[in-house]
Design a protein around this ligand. Sequence first.
Ligand code: ZN
Length: 344
Amino acid sequence: MNKTALIADRRYMRHSAGRVHPERPDRVAAMIEMAQRLNRDALKTYAPREASLDEIGLCHRPDYIKAVERTAGLDHFDFDPDTHSSPDTWNTATLAVGGVLTAVEAVLDGEAQNAFAIVRPPGHHALPERAMGFCFFNNVAIAATWLVRMRGMRRVLILDWDVHHGNGTQEIFYESPQVLYISTHQYPFYPGTGAIDEIGAAGGTGFTVNAPMPATFGDGEYLRIFDDLLIPVARQFNPEFILLSAGFDCHYRDPLGAMRVTEDGFVAMTRRMKRLAAECCGGRLVAALEGGYDLKALADSGRAVLQELGRDGDEQIAPAVDGERVIPIVQRAQYFLHRYWNFG
Ligand SMILES: [Zn+2]
């Protein structure tokens, strides 16, 4: 078995959001060129399959899916002030959903221990009935729903470390106890959601965990919140499969975000997710690209994550460092955890 399946395809460069849009085709080129220079021993590349309409329909309404399909071949269509289609957006977005499903299938079928899907357009802002924030279809949310509906899983974890809150993913699972959505994000910031008291509703109460963080937080604060809050919650949930919304716009070089995560931080967070996956679900972990708008930061961070995913053993948790500023957030989050999770 290969350690890591890599889903990569230059067809992901066909969607254009506009001539000077940060979510641009070069992002995929940078990731693919980086991956081609990696040691190939632990890595096997797969071409993505397309998602079916039924699969996209696991999270999106039929009239919205049709609306995206109708843009095929059209010069452009503006879905919101940031989210524009091009003639190949429909095909590319369908392939992005399929790419994450290809990654999930490779791991479920035992072809790989874990996987990384280099897809675009990203997904975590996409809502059931509309495109938003560069996103058309919610690639990761569809994969989670697919695992629940098609493979009968009862507990799927989505961890989202993109610098933006994944409002679409949160909304889709807000009342579901089967998908635990955990997000670290800059706050307050686009899209405005992700406050600490957004914890889910009805049967899903407690199965949404938001870790909003002020601008300038970096590796120390992220690792502290992983160790003190997010990993313990995820371990209690005991997921059967782990999906990672891997946005690299929390990197210190990113032009959109104002956080200070470094390549070392991404390695450390990935190591924690691998360890969690090893403990809970036989190592089954699939990461999918979300944001990340500095090409060098994207390639360097992607390399760091891919190398860590492909590394054997040594999955111990390193001690957290310099996390003092994050403590008030942890204390506030723990109030909710005590109340809704009986987490001690
Ligand atoms: Zn983002």
